[in-house]
Design a protein around this ligand. Structure first.
Ligand code: DGL
Length: 270
């Protein structure tokens, strides 16, 4: 009954952690492609090939359903994988839609025409590849009208987190928030559009100010996965054992993961 969770590196652990709390009976198999992180500065073909290889590894580990806990992979590879490659008995879900449904106050599967929503000025913080894809704006436009989105590509933040250099990551976040505010002085809401960023959520919130609502994906994705599994119980794959896999150095990745999640995590070679 295992479910796979994929990210370029450590960021997807924020999603894994929320999913494991929400669905304690489900064994999750996590795969971090740490050897190839960050994805956010790669081109779309490269992201597609790496993501496909990672998802295949999770299918091989007994998962029939994989969550792409990576906005960059969701933006650059998900649709192409679903259209060209995905075996008919497998599913891959991304992390954008639950977030946008929350922002636009929609229930799952509400496909009614776009309408006005409460927020009008939204700041999007994401990797350069996610920002370049404009996938967030596209998904939003299907559901809402009149929302002004200002996107800030947060170069360097994922590398710093993957290196465990949180002082640099925090300084970069503050400077990216300042840059965003120069373009949009008063955002009402901010989207953390990269699963690494919840590790710095307090820094984003402090730099943005307490009147800005910060949306981060982990809990929203966990709730949405819970709904999905209730509607599609057969998508729990045959795997039984929770695992943490990495393409990087298992010891180094385990140390960083243990530091981030504040519990012991043991990664194994993928
Ligand atoms: N956590 C991934 C995301 O959500 C990280 C991207 C990267 O590897 O640059 O976009």
């Amino acid at each position: 009954m295992a479910v796979g969770i994929f990210d370029s590196g450590l960021g997807g652990l924020t999603v894994l952690d929320a999913c494991a709390r929400h669905l304690p009976q489900v064994p999750f198999v996590y795969l971090g492609d740490n050897a190839n992180a960050p994805y956010g500065v790669r081109d779309a073909d490269d992201i597609y090939e790496l993501t496909r290889a990672g998802v295949q590894r999770l299918f091989d580990a007994g998962c029939d359903l994989v969550i792409l806990a990576c906005n960059t992979a969701s933006a650059a590879a998900l649709r192409r994988m679903q259209e060209n490659w995905l075996p008919s008995d497998k599913r891959v879900l991304g992390v954008f839609v639950p977030l946008i449904e929350a922002l636009t106050e929609r229930q799952w599967g509400d496909n009614s025409p776009p309408r006005n929503v409460a927020v009008e000025h939204v700041a999007l913080f994401a990797t350069p590849a996610t920002v370049a894809s404009r996938a967030f704006q596209r998904e939003l436009a299907f559901r809402a009208i009149g929302v002004d989105v200002e996107a800030q590509a947060c170069g360097g933040v994922v590398d710093a987190i993957e290196e465990g250099d949180m002082i640099l990551a925090e300084a970069l976040v503050r400077s990216h928030v300042e840059a965003l505010k120069r373009k949009m002085p008063k955002p009402q809401a901010a989207i953390l559009g990269c699963t690494h960023y919840p590790l710095l959520e307090e820094i984003f919130q402090a730099a943005l100010g307490s009147d800005v609502t910060v949306y981060s994906q982990a809990k929203l994705v966990a709730a949405s996965l819970g709904d999905y599994l209730e509607r599609h119980p057969a998508m729990r794959g045959p795997g039984e054992v929770p695992m943490f896999l990495t393409t990087g150095d298992p010891l180094r990745v385990s140390n960083h993961a243990t530091q981030f999640l504040r519990r012991k995590i043991d990664f194994h070679a993928a």
